[in-house]
Design a protein around this ligand. Structure first.
Ligand SMILES: NC(=O)c1ccc[n+]([C@@H]2O[C@H](COP(=O)([O-])OP(=O)(O)OC[C@H]3O[C@@H](n4cnc5c(N)ncnc54)[C@H](OP(=O)(O)O)[C@@H]3O)[C@@H](O)[C@H]2O)c1
Length: 286
């Protein structure tokens, strides 16, 4: 049993690699080991390895930068073309493919409700559009027999990935900002769910090990929350008297629009624990 993880040093990829390598033969590639955008080379290396499971944790994740035309080209290569190539390779090799998508595939502008797995995406920004197009590449090949888990998740946090480029999570950023800022304006909108990367890695492993039916899954920690309420809980748990100010999304100028509500509802798999419990554990261990 060989598992190939792409993006193995990203925030999620690091957790997947750590967890799966305890039980399986894992080959984990990151930018240094493999240029995933050299598709011919990638295909040759995958064929040589002949993995049973391919996990794609590579992504273009810079939501605001993605609105720029040049950046969007790169985003499409990483979020659309790469999953298409991997889906073809998985089909050819008879491997299972696990790919991650985002709550940002949903618009969440009018409907104040949760999104279930078979709701129709309607992204409001370029990043969401690229993730949606990536989903379509996978689903298109499902009809040809692709064995896949398409996992939508949102607002990742957890230990920083092994890569020097790994981005700090919202919580880590808040803990840094509070050291120097007298007041922290935080958006009290954009309701969605946080997801602890070790929990997501463990749920991904269970999903695959239990041989759940192939398809789309929503894996998030339970409990929708705004950025502001999440920051309030963070500082309460850390015992920091931060001066938070709740602001509307439109008062924080950002190039990309955000969904106002993008709460994912997990109706198909065992629910993950509440985000507050996961955050408490994260803070205790870091
Ligand atoms: N972060 C979130 O809040 C969030 C929310 C919803 C969904 N998701 C989805 O969850 C998945 C995991 O996200 P994440 O936050 O763990 O991502 P991440 O930390 O940004 O990791 C992305 C990985 O992709 C690699 N990568 C980027 N460009 C590459 C290239 N040209 N060649 C090879 N590797 C390349 C990065 O390598 P380097 O580190 O070397 O650059 C890194 O290992 C993604 O599908 C993402 O869209 C994330």
């Amino acid at each position: 049993m060989t598992i190939l993880i792409l993006g193995g040093q990203g925030n999620l990829g690091t957790q997947l690699t750590k967890l799966l390598a305890a039980d399986y033969a894992v080959v984990s590639w990151d930018k240094d080991e493999s240029d995933v955008l050299n598709f011919d080379l990638l295909a040759a290396r995958v064929r040589e390895l002949h993995p049973d499971l391919i996990i794609n944790a590579v992504a273009y994740n810079a939501v605001d930068k993605c609105e720029d035309k040049e950046e969007y080209r790169l985003a499409r290569q990483l979020n659309v073309d790469l999953p298409a190539v991997l889906a073809d390779l998985a089909l050819e090799q008879g491997a299972v493919l696990i790919h991650y998508s985002s709550d940002y595939v949903f618009s969440g502008t009018e409907l104040k409700r949760q999104f279930v797995e078979n709701d129709t995406p309607n992204p409001v920004n370029k990043y969401g559009e690229s993730k949606f197009q990536g989903e379509r590449e996978i689903l298109r090949r499902a009809a040809s027999g692709l064995k896949y888990y398409l996992i939508r998740t949102s607002k990742l946090f957890g230990p920083r990935g092994a890569s020097e480029h790994a981005k700090p999570s919202f919580f880590d950023t808040m803990l840094e900002l509070v050291k120097t800022k007298e007041e922290l304006p935080v958006v009290n909108e954009e309701l969605s769910c946080f997801t602890y990367t070790p929990d997501l890695a463990a749920a991904t492993k269970r999903l695959w090990e239990l041989e759940e039916p192939f398809g789309i899954y929503h894996l998030i920690n339970e409990g929708p929350v705004t950025w502001y309420d999440a920051a309030t809980e963070l500082f309460r748990l850390r015992g920091i008297a931060a001066n938070l100010r709740a602001v509307r999304g439109e008062n924080v100028p950002r190039p990309a629009r955000r969904p106002k509500f993008s709460v994912l509802d997990n109706t198909r798999f065992r629910k993950l624990r509440p985000w507050k419990v996961a955050l408490k554990e994260y803070l205790e261990n870091n």
